[in-house]
Ligand binder design. Sequence first.
Ligand code: ISQ
Length: 163
Amino acid sequence: MATYEGIVFTEEQEALVVKSWNVMKKNAAELGLKLFLKIFEIAPSAKKLFSFLRDSNVPLEQNTKLKPHAMSVFVMTCESAAQLRKAGKVTVRESSLKKLGAAHFKYGVVDEHFEVTKFALLETIKEAVPDMWSDEMKNAWGEAYDRLVAAIKIEMKACSQAA
Ligand code: ISQ
């Protein structure tokens, strides 16, 4: 496991993340797609980063390659958030994190993409669990997302220095 430690993620924050993730996980495929539709609504140019979208005339909702990708981004973000306190760090395997960093670097993902994704992620969660949503829950998810992105960016930087 990678060791990207930061400020303490509290028990209360963990509880908020886990509680909402337990409700959302059965709909992860649908929510993942919703997340990406939001990302592309806010930042249409982000579509250019995905070869399977660039070369396709099929509507986004029906793109067979987008669905699994969208689901894995959503599940990975949520799972690493849900496990953050237990492990005291982002729990994506170091080898996966290196691959993620390399892929994001190769395809030209920049800070703005991570920011748009954060906004879209928080909106997706808010709409998925409206009765639970609060400022505290938003902060807990936001903090967890920031930790994951910080870990990915460390790997992206390593790629840029090796290039
Ligand atoms: C890659 N993975 C997740 C989210 C993204 C948003 C914009 C561009 C690329 C991305």
